[in-house]
Design a protein. Structure first.
Lengths: 119, 129
């Protein structure tokens, strides 16, 4: 991974690729677990219950964060690509998106992790 | 190379321009579909309560085909978006030649198999007791 005077554009690009690859790998795993529906309730329920394990619940917050980051940064990319005026403000848009990201992840983390303590 | 973490619209080939447009269009749709899916499964519901009965109920009844359509559209868009993104990354790091062709072929074959298997599950599912 080559970094050239890494600023907002470089870091947003790096994390866009990292989260993209991560979510694609999860998609492959998710297709496999969904295929288990064909084996009936006993098999499916036993495997799917793994997702409720505290370690997996914590990882799922990471999955949510990866998808949300990729989505918000994707909107920033589209703005820069299709709205000529946005290029001058790309760094500012990045910070707006990251603020939205952090503000969203606070309630999301709470809602997803509270079940760990309720069990 | 620009420094906005974006890519200008390619002009060299029609395929690359279509792929570039597809990433942006499917991205907007996936923002709604994939984030919607996460909100439904992890925030509105609890992942600990999701089981065979939940999926069977969701995929049958009056709205069954609607949810199967939602899930399938999300599956095919996510797979095409993900594979094309992966192609972009691999083409950045692998110089043209036999190794790049081999790696990309494996990517396409494996992802097509997963897409076919996933599509089959979404549309063939019947509840068993």
């Amino acid at each position: 991974m080559t970094f050239y005077r890494g600023k907002e554009g470089q870091w947003s690009w790096f994390f866009h690729r990292l989260t993209g690859v991560g979510v694609l790998l999860f998609l492959f795993a998710h297709i496999i677990d969904t295929m288990l529906l064909g084996w009936g309730p006993a098999v499916y329920d036993r495997v799917i219950s793994i997702y409720a394990h505290p370690v997996f619940r914590t990882s799922e917050v990471g999955l949510f964060a990866a998808v949300l980051y990729h989505a918000l940064n994707g909107v920033r990319i589209i703005l820069v690509d299709f709205w000529p005026g946005a290029v001058r403000h790309h760094a500012k848009i990045f910070y707006v998106m990251m603020t939205l990201f952090v503000l969203s992840m606070i309630p999301v983390s709470y809602l997803m992790l509270r079940h760990i303590f309720n069990e | 190379m620009n420094s906005y973490g974006s890519r200008p619209a390619p002009t060299a080939s029609t395929f690359e321009l279509v792929a570039w447009l597809f990433m942006r269009l499917s991205g907007v749709l996936l923002l709604i579909l994939a984030l919607g899916h996460l909100v439904i499964m992890h925030l509105i519901n609890d992942i600990g309560k999701i089981n065979y009965e939940f999926v069977a109920g969701r995929w049958s009844g009056e709205l069954g085909m609607l949810w199967r359509g939602y899930d399938w559209l999300m599956l095919i868009l996510a797979m095409l978006h993900g594979v094309n993104g992966m192609r972009t990354i691999l083409e950045d790091y692998l110089s043209p030649g036999r190794r790049r062709i081999l790696v990309l072929t494996v990517l396409y074959v494996v992802s097509f198999a997963f897409l076919a298997a996933g599509s089959y599950v979404v549309f063939s599912f019947r509840r068993v007791m």
